[in-house]
Design a protein around this ligand. Structure first.
Ligand SMILES: NC(=O)c1ccc[n+]([C@@H]2O[C@H](COP(=O)([O-])OP(=O)(O)OC[C@H]3O[C@@H](n4cnc5c(N)ncnc54)[C@H](OP(=O)(O)O)[C@@H]3O)[C@@H](O)[C@H]2O)c1
Length: 350
């Protein structure tokens, strides 16, 4: 079965990454791509890496009738606060939707006012959307028409914490996540801080007094544990283009020996197709360099018994497992495909 797929906001980085992945997906034909700036231009006019692919496919202006005539499923790769106005129209005409923005990730409408500064206009849809993290919501993804694809930093932090979440061995009321992020996290339109001359060589904290992805991490860990979780998440801009590394600091509440701790990670992830537990294999700790270009997330941990501290690590490619790759993984589950279809290739080296 081949589904017709549209991408709204296809001229940006995550839209381009979806086009790159889906070019070789046997269950997908890309039929509709939108942009405001590049109407009438071919896909490779913006995405030079896709020269020779998608011949004849040109960007069009969004039109709900056009997208509904030409697609069965739509990916939205629009800024937050923009997507929210498109999703209900697409659902109304019977399309399935995968939204990569934050607009349907949070379940409590009031959180949008606090974290995103707008009153959510469609609170009823928040309960219908499934947070698109297969490692937690795989079964719900099989039965939904609306996927809210997770944030990149949130994905890394959640997946590094997941093995511990239900055990009670760490204190989840004080979680401190330190994040290093490459510049493509900021999207394709440069700002003062992300413009290359300002960004190259930088190691700079940003949004250090409340990064929005903390809300997703708190929501998902509370869902898993049933108790209050408090997270502070501080991203740092670093020089790389792609890649996220999270080091999340936790403190032990109860004793767990080394073997049982390792078993938690091994057992949680032994059957997950895109999570690699890298504690025992060199180089020892996750490094975005060795996941870039792939849908893998590498996780590990370090214990410092002297101060009862456990640090969990995760590395992923923000445009892959942090965005487009994960969205395709969730799409595969929703559409009844094998979960890894079109996504099974190793990362780059060097
Ligand atoms: N970058 C990442 O690592 C990452 C990871 C996870 C999730 N996300 C999320 O994915 C979404 C897309 O991110 P991105 O990095 O791909 O951003 P981007 O490179 O800036 O692309 C955004 C796209 O949206 C279109 N657009 C912008 N403003 C619009 C508006 N007011 N109305 C209609 N179209 C508009 C732009 O196209 P035209 O200007 O050509 O119309 C462009 O195609 C965001 O919500 C982001 O938070 C990003």
């Amino acid at each position: 079965m081949v589904f017709r797929v549209g991408i709204v906001g296809a001229s940006g980085y995550t839209g381009g990454e979806l086009l790159r992945i889906l070019a070789n997906h046997p269950g997908v034909e890309i039929t509709y791509v939108t942009s405001r700036e590049y109407v009438g231009k071919p896909v490779h006019y913006v995405h030079y890496n896709l020269r020779g692919y998608y011949r004849g496919l040109k960007f069009v202006e969004f039109d709900v009738n056009g997208v509904s005539r030409n697609s069965d499923v739509v990916f939205l790769t629009l800024p937050h606060g923009v997507s929210v106005n498109y999703v209900p129209k697409l659902l109304e005409v019977g399309l399935r939707v995968v939204d990569l923005s934050a607009d349907f990730r949070l379940k409590k409408p009031e959180l949008y006012e606090f974290w995103y500064g707008f009153k959510h206009p469609y609170p009823d849809l928040l309960s219908k959307a499934v947070y698109g993290l297969p490692e937690i919501h795989r079964d719900e993804l099989r039965n939904t028409g609306l996927i809210a694809s997770p944030g990149c930093n949130a994905t890394a932090v959640i997946l590094s914490l997941l093995p511990l979440a239900k055990t009670g061995v760490v204190d989840l009321s004080k979680v401190v996540a330190d994040v290093k992020a490459g510049s493509s996290e900021g999207g394709s339109k440069p700002s003062q801080g992300s413009h290359h001359p300002e960004r190259e060589g930088a190691i700079r904290p940003y949004e250090a007094e409340g990064h929005r992805h903390a809300a997703e991490v708190e929501q998902e860990l509370t869902y898993l544990t049933g108790s209050e979780v408090n997270v502070t998440l501080i991203p740092h801009a670093v020089s790389s283009v792609r890649g996220v590394l999270t080091s999340t600091h936790l403190w032990f509440k109860d004793y767990i020996d080394d073997i049982d701790l390792m078993k938690l990670f091994v057992q949680t992830y032994s059957k997950e197709p895109f999570v690699r537990f890298v504690k025992t294999s060199p180089p020892g700790y996750p490094d975005p360099k060795y996941v870039v270009g792939s849908n893998y997330v590498d996780v590990s941990y370090a214990v410092e018994r002297r101060v009862r501290r456990l640090t969990v690590f995760a590395a992923l490619d923000n445009l892959m497992k942090g965005a487009a790759g994960q969205a395709v993984q969730a799409f595969n589950i929703m559409m009844g495909f094998e979960e890894g279809l079109g996504l099974k290739y190793p990362p780059l080296k060097p």
